[in-house]
Design a protein around this ligand. Structure first.
Ligand code: HEM
Length: 535
């Protein structure tokens, strides 16, 4: 016998076996039965068939056969970490939410970054939006801020989301490409969906080829509401700003990195956190009233619009530090379930029709992804404050409710949970009037002003990158009418950009494109940006 790192090795029948001993536990079945041999299945004789009675083999293989769960229907490829949020400025005047009023309090968080289109095993560095989802384990329950690294979205209404994703994902007949944007179906959908043009400008910019996940911004995208102790509500947009600054690669670098290291962003985050180089973000808000919103030249409930900082400046109110890599990727990063409807008292939704659809979608998809209505009991999803209600049973129930009472109200149990009228969750008191119908607000109709604002606020080289990206992506599109339609949209954004892309695609002149519309809103970037733009 010899000792190897605390375990024992013994020779049995001429073979070396490692056995329990020293610091090692015994290897057992799921029923706790110690295994004598983990190298050989039970056979009728050394050259004979394997016996069906080998429960040890069957248990091991059966569990292996069921290791995979469905990947997320979008945002399947992700990287997450634990950390904390610390409030530095109180918003007490606007909200009762403790996480936004208790300065200095550190709230645990788990943050997951993701790409949108690729599968769970896809490369980290395609041109794609990055998800930026934060679960705050507050003392008043879990609050999930499920955002992206781009402040606007492709579509204005959640009913278009399945179409968008079907156009973005690999095509159903051929199962490729994994790339979100370089193919016919994506551009076909986009060309017929003018509301996506603002987002398309951001997607074609270097923001979608980040240098590191530690260097991306995050946005809650939609307007939310904060509600104070008098029941008054204020609109809010949430922002994350990386301490390391926003940094991107250029396309040629991205292409090389994608080939050389498919896990480039995940490895970078792992290396940073495990070496004590903790990534950090500032947390900022834009606060505005309904009266102020009424003066904006766009509708803040339209998720294809942002609120320029010239109109509503950012107010930095806290910071997030990610300082602990998960112990187990599957248990934490894979099983975490974010949901925009996870709110805490003092925060509420707006009527943004994209947000309203998201409120339903996440929990619904997670019922099949995680396979049980009890997935909130998985440790990464469970609140870190006490939680208790009369829901019971269901697949994989872990909670053991004691006693005979599982309903409310009741008079039989003094200990069962009760409503909390004072500081429980109250929806903002909002008056709704009007006629029910499948209609879109007229205020959502301007699709080009902010696309133009974004484009003209870019530096000369950033504009060149956008033009090159459009040429590269559109050159993968087989259908010429789709290419032409996109060039037509670009004319509404910037004539020079349209010309540049048309030339890059080999069109002699802009073909069959409609005459550009007059701008609905002639928005200008701030003076500082105009100066940079001339560089
Ligand atoms: C997943 C963001 C729009 C449905 C995600 C994730 C993020 C995200 C960050 C990944 C969560 C994670 O890391 O686990 C956004 C943003 C949107 C948006 C910022 C628009 C502003 C929508 C819409 C729908 C939707 C409109 C549906 C109507 C989903 C679904 C998942 C998902 C089903 C998978 C959730 C899971 O399996 O855990 N989204 N999304 N998203 N999103 Fe969205």
């Amino acid at each position: 016998d010899s000792t190897l790192q605390g375990s024992l090795q013994v020779a049995v029948g001429g073979e070396i076996h490692q056995i329990a001993g020293g610091e090692h536990q015994a290897l057992t079945t799921n029923q706790g039965v110690a295994l004598s041999d983990n190298q050989n299945s039970l056979r009728a004789n050394p050259s004979g068939p394997t016996l069906g009675e080998d429960f040890i083999l069957r248990e091991k293989i059966t569990h292996f056969d069921h290791e995979r769960i469905p990947e997320r229907v979008v945002h399947a490829r992700g990287t997450g970490a634990h950390g904390f949020f610390e409030l530095t400025t109180s918003l007490k005047q606007y909200t009762t939410a403790r996480i936004l009023t208790e300065v200095g309090e550190k709230t645990p968080v788990f943050t997951r970054f993701s790409t949108v289109a690729g599968g769970a095993g896809s490369v980290d560095t395609p041109r794609d939006v990055r998800g930026f989802a934060v679960k705050f384990y507050t003392k008043e329950g879990n609050w999930d801020l499920v955002g992206n690294n781009i402040p606007v979205f492709f579509i204005q209404d959640a009913i278009k989301f399945p179409d968008l994703i079907h156009a973005v994902k690999m095509e159903p007949d051929r199962g490729f490409p994994q790339s979100a944007t370089a193919h016919d179906t994506f551009w076909d959908f986009i060309s017929l969906t003018p509301e996506s043009m603002h987002m398309v400008m951001w997607i074609m910019s270097d923001r979608t080829i980040p240098r590191s996940l530690r260097m991306i911004e995050g946005f809650g995208v939609h307007s939310f509401r904060l509600v104070n102790d008098s029941g008054e509500s204020t609109f809010v947009k949430f922002h994350w700003r990386p301490k390391l600054g926003l940094q991107s690669t250029i396309w040629d670098e991205t292409v090389k990195i994608s080939g050389a290291d498919q896990d480039f962003h995940r490895r970078d985050m792992f290396d940073a956190i495990t070496s004590g180089n903790f990534p950090e973000w500032e947390f900022a808000v834009q606060l505005f009233t309904q009266e102020e919103a009424d003066t904006f030249p766009f509708d803040h409930l339209d998720p294809t619009k942002l609120i320029p900082e010239e109109l509503v400046p950012l107010k930095v109110i806290g910071r997030m530090v990610l300082d602990r890599w998960p112990n187990n990727f599957f248990a934490e990063t894979e099983q975490i379930a974010f949901c925009p409807s996870h709110l805490v008292p003092g925060i509420d939704f707006s009527n943004d029709p994209l947000l309203q659809g998201r409120l339903f979608s996440y929990h619904d998809t997670q019922l099949s992804r995680l396979g049980t209505p009890n997935f909130h009991q998985i440790p990464i999803n469970a609140p870190k404050c006490p939680f208790s209600n009369q829901q019971r049973d269901g697949h994989m129930q872990m909670a053991q409710q004691a006693g005979r009472v599982a309903y409310e109200p009741n008079s039989l149990s003094g200990e069962s949970p009760r409503e909390t009228p004072t500081n429980g969750f109250h929806s903002a008191a909002v008056t709704e009037t009007g006629v029910k119908g499948r209609v879109r607000a007229a205020s959502f109709a301007d699709h080009y002003s902010q696309a133009r604002l974004f484009y003209i606020s870019q530096t000369a080289y950033e504009q060149a990158h956008i033009a090159s990206a459009l040429v590269f992506e559109l050159s993968k599109v087989e259908h010429v009418h789709v290419r032409e339609a996109i060039v037509g949209h670009l004319r509404h954004i910037d004539e020079a950009l349209a010309q540049r892309v048309a030339a890059g695609l080999g069109f002699g002149k802009i073909p069959n494109a409609p005459v550009p519309a007059r701008p609905v809103q002639e928005m200008q970037p701030s003076p500082a940006l105009q100066i940079i733009g001339k560089m």
